[in-house]
Ligand binder design. Structure first.
Ligand code: URA
Length: 433
């Protein structure tokens, strides 16, 4: 087999066989296929696509390029949840304890944030003392005991994806549905769960800006999951505005705890219940959606989900007194209002710009080794469909400097305010099974 023939085959729109995909991944990892040939193949895939079978084989060989986590020592049906990334997404802190309270073991590996989206691990580190690194034995023990553990990604999971992603990043080939689907699913499958619930975000703050593309990505990932013997469900959820009202690290943890305390942060609670419902159904805990939502709501309202969160934080060395007194979480030196310069109703929000504004404050990273400031962030006071008068506060910046003019402008420009009344956004667009 020659790589040049495979590049030509894909360039001409033909399908690659399992043996050919295996050859590509194995030889790329063995460094007998150079970056320039793989780049050419990625560009051919970008233009010609891959069918579902090719995408599943690509995923399979990326999984086989490294370790697979063995979760067999954890009792019960393990369900993982993964979000394709958004702004203000703190659902893991609600969904994790909620399904744990329902009796499902959640053994979760999460990432750090890069660019306009935050990372679960960074957010957890805003809890004083919280340890995101556990030994394998501790990880398994915590899940068996408390039904929930969240750690930073360890081990050599899907190293072919890591290398391929770095190459795609610099060759303008990230934005290809089969390549994104195989990249995400290779890591999820290597992480060892029996079932996977995917939160595919759609809109201005998401990877996929249109519902059509989000649906294609969701369908592709669900098919890969099934072909590789994992029950997989994808929820397509709104990311045309940040999720909830808080963007940052400590302030996102705070907002999630408030939902666990029973506060109705509407879009956040709705999405968390939706994701948790599908996780519990896949695990066979509840027979149907209505029963699942009913029982899970009860676990929030009776405090069991909040208790599960406290148990999880304590088991990973976190100071749980901050959960009882949220003001003890890190905070910023200055709190600056961003005022509206027009009046009417909020029609649109550029969620990505809000995420970038939070990153500039120090809540996220522009580069991989940037340091996170856990206390800074943004609180939104207005979201889509809200009425706004000139001079109203649109958002509050929590910042450690007093020169924030560019960030204030960025947030003001992220709002589109028009005269006509508008309806609230749909939160859940579709469920792909
Ligand atoms: N996230 C991933 O893990 N991979 C992609 O290709 C895109 C987003």
């Amino acid at each position: 087999m020659r790589m040049v023939d495979l590049i030509a085959k894909k360039r001409n729109g033909m399908k690659l066989s399992e043996a050919e995909i295996k050859f590509v991944i194995e030889n790329y990892m063995a460094e007998t296929i150079p970056d320039y040939q793989l780049s050419a193949l990625m560009m051919a895939v970008y233009f010609q696509g891959m069918d579902q079978e090719e995408t599943a084989f690509l995923t399979k060989y990326m999984v086989e390029s490294g370790d697979t986590i063995d979760l067999s020592a954890i009792n019960g049906h393990k369900v993982d949840k993964h979000s394709t990334g958004g702004v203000g997404d703190k659902t893991t802190f609600i969904v994790g304890p909620l399904v744990a309270a329902a009796g499902i073991p959640v053994a979760k590996m999460s990432g750090r944030g890069l660019g306009h989206t935050g990372g679960t691990i960074d957010k957890l580190e805003s809890i004083p003392g919280f340890k995101v690194e556990l030994t394998n034995e501790q990880f398994i023990e915590n899940v068996n005991k408390y039904k929930l553990a969240v750690v930073g990604q360890t081990g050599n999971l899907a190293p072919a994806d890591k290398q391929l992603y770095a190459l795609r990043d610099v060759t303008a080939t990230v934005n290809s549905i089969p390549l994104i689907a195989s990249s995400i699913m290779s890591k999820k499958i290597a992480s060892g769960a029996d079932s996977i619930v995917l939160d595919v975000k759609t809109g201005s703050g998401a990877f996929m800006k249109t519902l059509e593309d989000s649906r294609k990505l969701a369908e592709e990932m669900v098919t890969i999951g099934k072909q590789l013997k994992r029950n997989t469900v994808a929820i397509i959820s709104d990311m045309n505005q940040p999720l909830g009202y808080e963007i940052g690290n400590a302030n996102e943890v705070k907002e999630a705890v408030k939902v666990l305390q029973g506060e109705n942060v509407e879009d956040l609670r709705v999405l968390a219940l939706e994701l948790a419902a599908h996780m519990t159904i896949l695990a066979g805990i509840y027979p149907d959606y209505d029963k699942a939502v009913h029982e899970l709501s009860r676990l929030i309202d009776n405090g069991e989900a909040l208790q599960a969160f406290k148990n999880f934080v304590e088991a990973q060395n976190g100071d749980i007194s901050v959960i009882e007194n949220l003001d003890k979480l890190p905070s910023a030196a200055y709190h600056i209002s961003v005022k509206a310069e027009a009046e009417g109703y909020v029609h649109e929000m550029d969620a990505e710009s809000v995420g970038i504004a939070a990153m500039h404050l120090g809540a996220g990273r522009a580069r991989k080794d940037d340091k996170i400031n856990h206390g800074v962030g943004i609180t939104l006071h207005k979201k889509i469909a809200d009425i706004v008068k000139e001079g109203d506060t649109l958002a509050t910046l929590h910042t450690d400097t007093n020169s924030n003019d560019d960030i204030i402008k960025l947030i003001q420009n992220a709002y589109t305010i028009k005269e006509q009344v508008i309806q609230k956004n749909t939160m859940i667009y579709d469920v792909i099974k």
